[in-house]
Design a protein around this ligand. Sequence first.
Ligand code: PHE
Length: 449
Amino acid sequence: MASARGEFSSRFGFVMAAAGSAVGLGNIWGFPTQAASNGGAAFLLVYLVVAFTLAYPALMAELIIGRHAHANAVSALRQVANNRGQRLVGGLTGIVGFVVASLILSFYAIVAGWMMAFCGASLATLSGAEDLAAWLTSFSLECNLLSMAVFLALTIAIVGKGVNDGIERWSSRLMPALLLTLVLLVAYVLTLDGALQGLKVYLLPDFSRALAPDLILKALGAAFFSLSLGVGTMLIYGSYLDDRQNLPLVGGMVTAVDIGIAVLAGFLVLPAMYVALHNGVEIFSAGGQLISEDTLIFTVLPDLFARMGLAGSVVSLFFFFLMGIAALTSSISMLEVPVAYTVETYGTGRKQAAVAIGCAIGVVSAVILLDFADLFGLVVTLTTRYSQPLIGFVFCIYAGWIWHRDKLLQELRKGNPEVASGLFWKIWPWWVRFFCPAIILAIFVQSLL
Ligand code: PHE
């Protein structure tokens, strides 16, 4: 059975694929928009703190359990368990994780579809098809349904191909291009009038806001979403990793790339908002709230590109193309969760499983689109703000309390024989045992009160 499973062929390929999963709409659409509507720098500050103290340790829990079991989350948590009760809870957690992963994909495909539609619109503009461009940027139901379906079809096609040919190859090529485009766009936007004000909002924190429980919970959700935690994605990617890899190191690299790109995207989106404001585009309501939070970057970035003249259409084409790709390297990692489970548990063919599950998710996306106002925000909040940190909490419990400490050490030694004398082993086991679960719970209880 193990030989039939795919495996990443190199460390670079793995880091690119795991970073490809992590870097996505969460970094460039989610994080900057949430920062903008939650006090800018205050959000950035809290985000950084929770990312390094809670999300990175939780990522490590998933990677280690995954690589140890070389299996999907359901079987992996069961393997780690010591008795029937723990096996039951572990299996259930894995199943809830894949339901959440599927639900995340259902809203993700909608937003990624917008990215693709805007990419198509730039192409249409460049070839003089103004009507088509206008339709593609209209957010009409037909357009939304079509672009969501196209995006899901691409996701299904790649997952159907498996780990090496699909996931690894795509991620390694396109992630570096995304990073370069972002850097160039940031450099450009900072030269424009109004950008400085955005920069101030992003960098000067209002400490009174940073301690609001609700803000902390939002930042926690954002960090877990951004690192693809709490749904079994990183666990399954860890399971495709060979035993020679030094886990704390690769996990650290993935975290650094992911957080770095989110922070970088903030340097693009917040200044771009204020450039747009400076140019008379309305982005705040009378009450000071951001209007159209979900579609904000589809307002401010096109405004930015439009100011660049013809070159702007080219940049816009390139940007939305790369966003579509970033979304794709994340969406494949979401679909991989239920697909791997189905293939490994029921022996279904990979292609069939990808098509069947992908289509079912498409139906859920269509339902969300039909009642967007009520359902979209609800699904986003339920999955990202509540489910992900809570399931991540369970992963921490399994890594910290249920799994035997010696076995954990054995697993870590595989890629790094000296691990026991390093800092990671001195801190992390205690950290996932006490600190992570306690703080995640405390944040929840606080925000519920
Ligand atoms: N991390 C991805 C992003 O930032 C989203 C994601 C969540 C991917 C959960 C996989 C699992 O866009």
